[in-house]
Design a protein around this ligand. Structure first.
Ligand code: HEC
Length: 133
């Protein structure tokens, strides 16, 4: 009888230890999760203002390097076989056409190609590309 009681007591103690160990483990896991959530939130907060700075600046100058693949190194080609030869246009015509593409008031069949090229620039930048004669 005594032996049986001792075994009972021992297993009760063992069970208590096991249970308390489990509870502590869970607590540790929960704490880890909380810390991770806070870190992620911090990252989002620091990234947000950077995105605002990425918005196009009014002073952004037209990147002529982006045009040459279609218009030629000296704007001497008919882009995609469709455009006028930009180097033969006057400066005023070039400015008017670029601003017109942005406003949706200028262009022929392939104007959507050019709208994508000029929409991020200010009218001032589009008037000062130096293109044309
Ligand atoms: C993907 C090819 C492509 C790129 C890149 C491109 N263009 Fe064009 N461009 C065209 C096409 C095609 C047209 C004619 C669009 C139309 O139908 O009105 C055109 C038209 C023009 C015109 C008016 C000529 C006309 O036919 O009335 C000017 C000026 C011009 N582009 C300047 C530029 C400048 C400046 C850039 C760079 C910022 C540029 N293009 C980038 C393809 C391109």
């Amino acid at each position: 009888m005594k032996k049986y009681n001792l075994i009972k007591l021992l297993s009760a103690i063992a069970l208590t230890f096991t249970l308390s160990a489990c509870t502590e483990d869970e607590k540790v896991e929960m704490k880890t999760t909380e810390v991770k959530t806070v870190e992620v939130k911090k990252e989002v907060q620091t990234k947000a203002p950077v995105e605002v700075n990425v918005s196009p600046s009014k002073d952004l100058q037209v990147d002529l390097g982006a045009c040459k693949g279609c218009h030629g190194a000296n704007f001497e080609k008919e882009a995609l076989g469709k455009s006028k030869i930009v180097s033969d246009m006057t400066k005023a015509e070039v400015s008017a056409s670029l601003i017109g593409y942005k406003d949706g008031t200028y262009g022929a069949a392939m104007k959507s190609v050019m709208v994508g090229q000029v929409s991020k620039y200010s009218d001032e930048a589009l008037s000062n590309t130096g293109l044309g004669k």
